[in-house]
Design a protein around this ligand. Structure first.
Ligand code: AVJ
Length: 324
């Protein structure tokens, strides 16, 4: 067993603190002129399962397409990693994608998955250790958007980052630039970053991807209301809200909202929140880039855009960036 869990960077958040934070964020967002909630609240256990189900919907092309690019171009993509690299995955999620790089690089010195969920990190790391018995696996429990340090006992050698899934699209473009600059500081001089970025495309394709016929994305969005009820004791009528998702071409982003179907009030922690019919809670932005647009953004964050790979339909892109 080569797992060496390094959970020292975890910001220990008690369940009570986390619930307090959720309540504070919910009240702040629901009392703003345009009601909103951070997309991070989608991912409780039920929401993570729903996201997993979204990735299997026929309309939701990103996951399948990115995996397809990794299958078709994995050798070339993995070839951008320096010899005996320490590969740091930012927000590791499932290991399905990184396995497609590892398959081509038996010389990797270490794999460092960085994720907030310790239990998830542990189970994924164990499964990976069985399949790659010679790889040093050094998980770090941390929020990758915050300051964190790589393990002290990381093997000598170059560092590379892997940030698949177009998670970058959840950040407003200035924050996306900041995040890439932050990755540059964490990974260090000379680092390589392999990043998956969803591309601008036909509005109908985008709209369908975020409003699948089976209603899985709708359930994912509405799970926020369920969390209000269960975790914050909110009194609200679930049937009074509907899922809405659309591509906003001017802003180049998918927007997801929960739309109030009537004039109504909900109660959270003794606060009354009024909704007029048609009023929304803005729950997510998912920015879509052109290849050139993303390369420019990476440049603003201090990265040199090197290679880029895409699928035959140009739905999704994977970029190799380099730090001077
Ligand atoms: C996990 C942020 C990449 O924006 O496509 C999927 C999240 N939201 N369906 C995306 C999501 C609705 C997803 N990311």
């Amino acid at each position: 067993m080569t797992i060496n869990p390094v959970f020292t960077d975890a910001t220990p958040v008690s369940a009570v603190d986390a619930e307090r934070q959720f309540l504070d964020d919910a009240l702040a967002g629901l009392t703003a002129p345009q009601k909103f909630l951070s997309a991070k609240y989608f991912y409780d256990a039920a929401g993570s399962d729903l996201f997993e189900a979204i990735t299997r919907q026929p309309e939701y092309y990103p996951t399948r397409t990115e995996l397809g690019i990794l299958d078709a171009q994995g050798a070339a993509i993995a070839a951008t990693l320096p010899a005996r690299a320490n590969l740091v995955e930012l927000g590791s999620g499932s290991t399905a994608k990184v396995r497609r790089l590892m398959a081509h690089r038996p010389d990797l010195a270490a794999y460092v998955p960085v994720d907030v969920s310790e239990s998830f990190l542990r189970s994924e790391a164990e499964a990976l250790a069985r399949d790659f018995p010679n790889l040093a696996i050094m998980p770090v429990a941390a929020d990758f958007t915050r300051a964190f340090t790589l393990p002290d006992d990381l093997p000598e050698g170059p560092v590379a980052g892997f940030f698949p899934g177009s998670t970058i699209g959840n950040f407003e473009p200035p924050q996306a630039t900041n995040l890439l600059a932050h990755f540059g500081r964490v990974l260090g001089a000379g680092a390589t970053l392999i990043i998956g970025v969803d591309l601008v495309k036909d509005k109908a394709v985008l709209d369908a991807a975020y409003d699948d016929a089976a209603g899985v994305t709708a359930a994912f969005n509405r799970n926020l209301l369920v969390r209000f009820q269960r975790e914050l004791g909110a009194e609200l009528d679930l049937a009074g809200f509907a899922h809405r998702a659309f591509f906003n071409a001017e802003a180049s982003r998918i927007e997801m909202h929960l739309v109030s179907l009537k004039d109504q009030a909900i109660r959270i922690a003794n606060r009354r929140i009024d909704f007029s019919k048609g009023e929304t809670i803005h729950t997510e932005n998912s920015y879509k880039y052109t290849i050139e647009g993303f390369r420019t953004l990476a440049g603003e964050a201090g990265w040199i855009a090197a290679e880029v790979w895409t699928d035959p339909d140009h739905l999704f892109s994977i970029h190799a960036l380099r730090r001077a």
